[in-house]
Design a protein around this ligand. Structure first.
Ligand SMILES: C[S@@+](CC[C@H](N)C(=O)[O-])C[C@H]1O[C@@H](n2cnc3c(N)ncnc32)[C@H](O)[C@@H]1O
Length: 350
């Protein structure tokens, strides 16, 4: 069995030898190819605000609040299946890209609600990632991120489908004064992702994000028996409940990915072109999880705070269409490095 140029080569014996997880992957890959005959939503010459484009996506240069409001994306209204984004975090001091602070931040974020909802397909989802912040000069956490998410969700009449935690085990100890110097706090190593939708049952399928079974589970499946009966938690476990091979384990809402890639294509491109890498990139694994979970091939994914365009590059890799918007020309410059020769249009070479 092999995957060449996006085409899966296999024969019958491959299928019978495959584990259930491999069978699911094969089935998904075959379904992906069958469904990808859909025509591109990007027709014609890209408009002036497109910094670069590929067959599957467009990076727009500008402020997303303006571009979403002024009709630049009206063709895609009601068609976006997933808005996956990491807005500037609410900080207590301004970062290079000018994060808002305090209640101004909350009002600024909430105003995106109607703009996002207008873009969403009826069964579409919004996933917002937000990190923690601390009160300046005090070993006390700010509740601003939580308040911002809560107000965004409630003011915009969105359902909170599920809360996720992304834990980054490689996160440097911070806030340094309280963690490293005074040793009175432990390191802050997670961000929150709120999956929201106007729809109680937006498109989702956890079978697309199964984890490989643990060794214990694989052994159990092989052995075909285990201790059934009542557990201390009062759950009654039947004799066969765990004997079906479902192709992998259902993941939990705590996602652990280390953000440590130091020599990926993006970093190499930035180094070679003397571009400062984006300081707040997310790992592609995080984007991959939500794009696979909440969309299907040829669906449209929008990231209105694109940064280094992790979302666009991951969507492209997964055969989705993508639209990213980024306000900083410098960050857009670096993000080109994620696409190499897949860039089919570049405003600089026009
Ligand atoms: C947390 S970063 C996103 C990082 C991104 N997820 C990645 O992996 O590279 C937020 C980005 O939003 C951009 N930004 C801030 N305000 C914006 C606006 N109004 N419109 C578009 N982009 C904006 C910033 O320049 C910054 O690159």
């Amino acid at each position: 069995m092999s995957l060449r140029s996006g085409i899966l080569f296999c024969n019958k014996s491959d299928i019978s030898d495959a584990t259930q997880l491999q069978k699911n992957m094969l089935r998904n890959a075959v379904e992906d190819k069958v469904t990808s005959t859909i025509t591109s939503p990007f027709l014609g010459r890209p408009p002036a605000n497109v910094a670069y484009a590929t067959q599957r996506g467009r990076m727009l240069f500008g402020k997303s609040d303006q571009l979403l409001a002024d009709g630049s994306l009206s063709r895609f209204e009601g068609k976006v299946n997933l808005i996956f984004t990491s807005p500037p975090f609410p900080l207590n001091r301004k970062k290079r890209y000018g994060n808002e602070t305090g209640d101004t931040y909350i009002r600024w974020l909430c105003a995106y609600g109607p703009l996002f909802k207008k873009m969403l397909a009826p069964d579409g989802s919004i996933v917002i990632e937000m990190g923690n912040s601390w009160e300046p000069g005090m070993p006390v956490m700010s509740t601003l991120a939580l308040r911002a998410l809560l107000e965004f969700q409630s003011l915009n009449n969105l359902h909170l489908c599920q809360e996720f935690i992304w834990q980054n085990p490689a996160k440097l100890p911070s806030p340094a004064q309280w963690v490293n110097v005074e040793r009175i706090r432990v390191k802050d190593s997670f961000t929150r992702l709120w999956w929201m939708s106007p729809n109680r049952k937006p498109k989702a399928n956890n079978q697309r994000v199964l984890h490989e079974y643990s060794k214990a589970m694989k052994d159990l499946l092989k052995k075909g028996s285990y201790n059934s009966g009542k557990r201390p938690s009062e759950h009654e476990i039947s004799e066969t409940a765990f004997l079906r091979d479902n192709g992998g384990a259902i993941p939990s809402n705590v996602l652990t990915f280390a953000n440590t890639h130091s020599s990926d294509a993006y970093q190499i491109y930035c180094r070679e072109n003397k571009i400062q890498p984006h300081p707040a990139r997310m790992p592609s694994e995080l984007a991959k999880f939500f794009i696979k979970f909440l969309t299907e091939p040829d669906d449209i994914v929008l990231d209105p705070f694109g940064g280094s365009n992790t979302t666009g590059a991951t969507a492209e890799e997964l055969d989705r269409f993508w639209i990213s918007i980024e306000a900083s020309d410098d960050y857009i410059s670096g993000s080109r490095g994620r696409f190499g020769n897949r860039i089919t249009y570049d405003m600089h070479s026009q």
